[in-house]
Design a protein around this ligand. Sequence first.
Ligand SMILES: NC(=O)c1ccc[n+]([C@@H]2O[C@H](COP(=O)([O-])OP(=O)(O)OC[C@H]3O[C@@H](n4cnc5c(N)ncnc54)[C@H](OP(=O)(O)O)[C@@H]3O)[C@@H](O)[C@H]2O)c1
Length: 263
Amino acid sequence: MPLLQARLNLPMPDWQGRSAWVIGASTGIGRATAEALQARGARVVVSARDGAALQDFANSRPGCLALALDVSQPGTVAAAAQAVHTALGAAPDLVLYCAGYYRPLRATAFDLEEMQKHLAVNYVGVLHVLDAVLPMLLQAGQGHIALVGSVAGYRGLPMSLAYGPTKAALNNLAENLYLDLHPQGLGVSIINPGFVETPLTAQNSFRMPALISPAEAAQHILQGWARGQFEMNFPRRFTRWMRLLRCLPDRWYFASVRRITKA
Ligand SMILES: NC(=O)c1ccc[n+]([C@@H]2O[C@H](COP(=O)([O-])OP(=O)(O)OC[C@H]3O[C@@H](n4cnc5c(N)ncnc54)[C@H](OP(=O)(O)O)[C@@H]3O)[C@@H](O)[C@H]2O)c1
């Protein structure tokens, strides 16, 4: 375990009797993480737009609740947050923001609508959730907020014009949240996966290095929470190179990315 990352948060190794609200849980990483939390004894509330997929998930899992919402519609987020509090009788122990949107885009084909859609789902949606849950978490004086970023947020990448900046913003937001909320007894984590095989990456036409399954991603995430990490990035065989690239001087960084991606 990287020593410097350990125990920035209260470790969460045991989910028995705990509760989690997973937003973006109808498919992919969110669904797999909700499944892993539920299997370890957590009471899980799953949210996304696709109500039928959520209900399908909840039907076969006792105690699990499905609440449809659209993160770009603050009214639906606020109503769902209230419903979560009512159903659990308290603020959730964990709020995981896993909703996300990605389309490859370059500046040479700039598309304002696409740029704004990424912003709405990947960043402004988080603000809607924070607006709805921070008062109840602060009042409880405990709980944990986890955001799913991406290694694409570390630095600029080809085809990442719309997606990358939203993930960079989440990394910065998480650091700000940590500074303000840790002294209040709350945990904050940022999850930066490499490539995970989900509907989001199915559109990629290139070979994705070190591709892992959503279930593997969920294991990494639960392990990070159990260790009390602030940042989780995985799989390390891929993210260690991304972290190294992040530290390069600009001239070397741009040349390396061009050479590696052939962009
Ligand atoms: N897959 C990867 O390689 C990878 C790598 C790094 C980071 N990530 C990040 O991981 C997170 C999960 O992505 P994934 O790969 O698991 O993709 P995914 O399977 O496409 O999941 C995206 C989730 O977001 C939900 N969502 C999208 N728009 C929404 C909206 N307006 N309101 C509510 N929910 C919405 C989707 O549900 P509905 O369509 O039902 O609303 C779905 O549950 C994203 O933040 C993504 O950026 C993924």
